[in-house]
Design a protein around this ligand. Structure first.
Ligand code: NAP
Length: 475
């Protein structure tokens, strides 16, 4: 494979700097591309380009914005293999999952095109109040101006489109900073949008270290909003630095699944394997904690272990591969040390637990104490802790005993129990008869507690990315 040169995109120009960075395939360190690290100068130029493009975006009709997004959707499908290979190369994702990510990302852009058409205000019944007689009121949603989008490594393409698509639909200009490890698909999206008629400067992609590029963007006076997906630590820092800017934060989790005694295990076992081990658990809603009713504990565990052992570990480009590497050797070492900590605290390793370079075997721990990091922090690796319980309320309590709250799942055939769980679990979303890892891209998505604030999904993101403006008149 050749090692491509990938300059960043500022104001419609392709820009390189003297500071080069090699992007490597995480699985084995093979170099796949060269990118360039921005200094504050390139970040400021990108914001200036976005400031210049913002009025052009604002004046564009909804239909013109939707048309650009629809063309980008078509182009993404036409370049599916190139995008999938970029995703697989930059984050080490098995190619089957990378292709699925491209399909989802294209859908996200298509949903955004639809939202460009739908974005509307309302007529306000001013005369419902005694002081409003003879008056009319209406609201419109106006673009914010320049939006800084900062994205993580694990879904480098789809999580970028969740920011770029709605921002364009709502008539904003964007400066996008992808994760340093995974800038390739973001740069391809800049090319796609420029070929699809997006005005120069409306989408700028700046590559470089989070500390410098991120801080410069977050503190820049011309940036109106920061939309961030990533870790809790960086999210809190952004919140603290952003001042009066609007901020949405999509952060981490340690998602839980409840399996009631009447759960359909034929459905739950295969879904649990997908929910726990897709992209080696590097998914913010990856199943990390399973609470299984004590009456079905042994049957579930034996079926879950058997299904997990069938997963194939290998090179990400091999279409047969289910499990490939984590993003870095350092991350794999961290996950390995958390497994060891749980083991020393009394957890039993039912399967997996071993590391080879950056790859960790799919791992199931049993009965780990709640205080170990594999339970109470975000593992972000292929590790699941299974614990048994006796009553549903006790299971719900343990699900809620977490600093995070992104999504949860419950399998039961009993409607009353299902809705009790849905009502009492404190997360942004609860799935009944589905794993917490379930997401389709039009649904509202986001967390409570340390998992963040604000919602994504194009219909919800366009609201976050616009200002509601009221106009009244007296007849
Ligand atoms: P991360 O380390 O927080 O990085 C995310 C992004 O923030 C990267 O682009 C990073 O740039 C940038 N960044 C670093 N320091 C910054 C700063 N001071 N100011 C502004 N930006 C800065 O997260 P990650 O390791 O890439 O991703 C994994 C995390 O994302 C997990 O916690 C996961 O749960 C979370 N996540 C959440 C969701 C969700 O929707 N809730 C979805 C996916 C992932 P560099 O790469 O250059 O450091």
């Amino acid at each position: 494979m050749g090692c491509m040169e990938c300059p960043m995109c500022i104001g419609g120009d392709w820009v390189s700097t003297p500071d080069r960075q090699t992007i490597e395939l995480p699985y084995d360190g093979t170099p796949v591309a060269t990118v360039y690290r921005a200094s504050a100068k390139e970040v400021n130029n990108a914001v200036a380009a976005a400031v210049a493009a913002a009025p052009v975006m604002r004046e564009m009709s909804r239909d013109e914005r939707a048309a650009i997004l629809r063309r980008a959707y078509e182009k993404m499908l036409a370049t599916r293999e190139e995008l999938a290979m970029a995703v697989s190369n930059e984050c080490g994702k098995p190619i089957r999952e990378a292709r699925a990510e491209v399909d989802r990302a294209a859908q996200t852009i298509l949903f955004s095109a639809e939202e460009a058409h739908r974005l509307q205000g309302e007529v306000v019944p001013m005369d419902a109040s005694p002081g409003g007689k003879g008056r009319w009121g209406m609201t419109v949603r106006e673009p914010l101006g320049v939006i800084a989008a900062i994205t993580p490594f694990n879904f480098p393409l789809n999580l970028s489109t969740h920011k770029i698509g709605p921002a364009i639909a709502a008539g904003n200009a964007i400066v996008h900073k992808p994760a340093s490890a995974t800038p390739l698909s973001a740069l391809l999206m800049a090319r796609i949008f420029s070929e699809c008629g997006l005005p120069p400067g409306a989408l700028n992609v700046v590559t470089g270290p989070g500390g410098l590029v991120g801080d410069t963007l977050v503190m820049h006076p011309d940036v109106a909003m920061v939309t961030f997906t990533g870790s809790v630590d960086v999210g809190v820092r952004i919140r603290n630095l952003a001042g009066m800017k609007r901020v949405t934060l999509e952060l981490g989790g340690n998602a839980a699944l409840i399996l009631e005694e009447d759960a359909d295990l034929d459905a739950a076992v295969p879904r649990s394997v997908v929910g726990a081990y897709a992209h080696s658990g590097q998914v913010c809603i990856s199943i990390q904690r399973i609470f299984v009713h004590q009456k079905i504990r042994d049957e579930f565990v034996s079926r879950f272990v058997e299904a997990t052992r069938k997963l194939r570990i290998g090179h990400p480009h091999d279409p047969e591969t289910d499990i490939s590497s984590l993003i870095t050797v350092g991350e794999a070492e961290r996950v390995e040390s958390w497994i060891e900590e749980a083991r020393q605290a009394g957890a039993v390793v039912l399967t997996g637990g071993l590391r080879k370079r950056a790859t960790i075997e799919p791992t199931i721990l049993s009965e780990a104490p709640a205080g170990v990091r594999a339970c109470c922090r975000e593992v972000f690796g292929p590790v699941v802790v299974v614990n048994s319980y006796d009553t549903l309320d006790r299971a719900i309590e343990r699900v809620n005993d977490s600093d995070y709250g992104l999504q949860a799942g419950i399998y039961t055939r009993d409607m009353e129990k299902a809705f009790r769980a849905a009502r009492l679990i404190r997360t942004g979303g609860v799935h009944i008869n589905e794993v917490p890892t379930y997401r389709v891209d039009q649904m509202p998505y986001g967390g409570v507690k340390l998992s963040g604030m604000g919602r994504e999904g194009p219909r919800y993101a366009v609201e976050e990315m616009t200002e509601l403006k009221l106009t009244t008149w007296k007849a």
